[in-house]
Design a binder for this molecule. Sequence first.
Ligand SMILES: CSCC[C@H](NC=O)C(=O)N[C@@H](C)C(=O)O
Length: 593
Amino acid sequence: MTEIEARLDALLAAPAASLPSFAADGRLYFLCDAGGSAQVWELPAGGGAPRPRSAHRDAVSFVAGSPADGGAVFGRDSAGDERVQLYRLEPEGEPRPLTADPRTIHAWGAFSPDGRRVACAANSRDPAHADPVVIDIATGAATRLREVQGPHELPGWMPDGRSVVLSTAPRTFESELIAVAPDGAATPLTPHQGDWRHMNPRWRKDGEGFWLLTDRGGEFLCVAFMLPGGTPRRLFAPDADVEKLEVSPDQSRLAVVVNEAAWSRLHILDAATGAVLESPEHPPGVITKLSWHPDGGSLAFDLVCPTRPATLWRHRRGEAAAELLFAASAAPEAVVDWQTVSFPTFDSRDLPGFLALPAGEAPARGWPVLVWVHGGPAMQALPNWRPDLQLMLSLGIAVLVPNVRGSTGYGRDYAALDDREKRMDSVRDLAAAHAWLGAQPRFDKQRIGIMGQSYGGWMVLAAVTEQPELWAAGVDYYGIARWKTFFERTGPWRVGHRAAEYGDPVADAELLERLSPLHKAGDIRCPMLVAQGLTDPRVPPHESAQIVQALKNRNVPVESVIFPDEGHGFLKRDNRRTVMLAVAGFLRQHLMG
Ligand SMILES: CSCC[C@H](NC=O)C(=O)N[C@@H](C)C(=O)O
């Protein structure tokens, strides 16, 4: 075993514990990847050792504790195909399938208030349309409430336990909530003019109204309360996105998470006024899930940061600081924290990002650098645990993780700066990042590589074709090479939403062809590595196949790493190890030679 393999194995051996969800009897379900992929585990209600409750090679994507007993429901797909199937866990015993249609996506929704049924949005009728479906847990009987058009999510039930709430998001910054009754009748809950988001509804038990996250009338998502069909009344509106909202069981308090330049901050609010009651201290990091204990006396949440995989934390009501509830492993050793930075770009903006430096002094010629580009584009690179980047840092490669224009988390206006004809401005931001790095003697501007996933893979291909003189190496994880073929093959349920983001494949065909790096593959000068999962329903494998072939036809050095059992992301530990070692070897050869 090489030193690099040993280092990576040590990094990958640190499992994560995330996505906590209490069940009615006080046990805490969560996901843990100690066995090589995320599976369901539980912490007993009275404390004690955690235990695994599922065992699949494929990763579980969520787990929800029952509001009525010690059971749960969880979901997993097959080999990354995102056709999520639902499973029931009784308080004791093995999982039992609630759905078993491998062609259908059962997008998780919620338990009914009495815990006897679950609701999801399922595209069983037509791949392009996700209908609200209610499933009886005891019998497995499934009932479609309504036939709808397009993709939907199902964020919850109405308090009456009869109607469900459906969410439709035709565009990134537009979403609305609709009540669907047992007879299929649909009632808009958030009618509005213009593109505004209405998310995360949590009903008051009397059914008179609901709390939600919305950006209606502002730049950022805030906490509001509204009556069905009414106007949101803002309760808590910091100059930042509020990303999580959970109401305490007695409905007197709201747990919320604020995105502060990508770092998470937990607050407990007065549910009636929105006043901040508590701001429990917690380590710097990213919180992705909140769950109130059924007795309302404490709140569980997960927290991940650049130096440690996700761990579980608990805030006890009235305590000044949160306490560590469960860690699946000790904190990894010899890891590097990320520092928040900003850098200037072509239109006099300062762009946010994160920088991580190898240990010790920079070499005389300066460190080589890897610029890592997130996907989306309406997403945000977060300061979370990245064993792949920690491995590069161990090799002596510095890392810059920019949130160029188009990223979320910095307001609606910033996210719109890369829309349609302005798309290449975000690629110009990558050149600005390169210039900022190259102007610093601690970095070697001749040895700056670029890496990205999904839309970030497109950014890599756009950068190495538009700016071939800048980049010493490129790593493309399942990126788009040609928008025309992307739209022809991506999942039919997502074409409308993506067309709203990128442009219509017919009406904007000329723009999309201009933005397709495949046509400029001959301009690429640097060696490339391309990685792809063959069951990816978002970015078709055909995209990677095209760019690899184009590079081979032009004798550009290209490596490819293909996984038959992965989709839009590499979730299985053995596959992650394979691709991370391939990237490490590739970057050592081309950034450190
Ligand atoms: C709205 S899908 C975002 C998921 C993905 N991001 C990271 O993996 C992504 O970038 N998808 C792009 C290619 C898309 O589907 O348009």
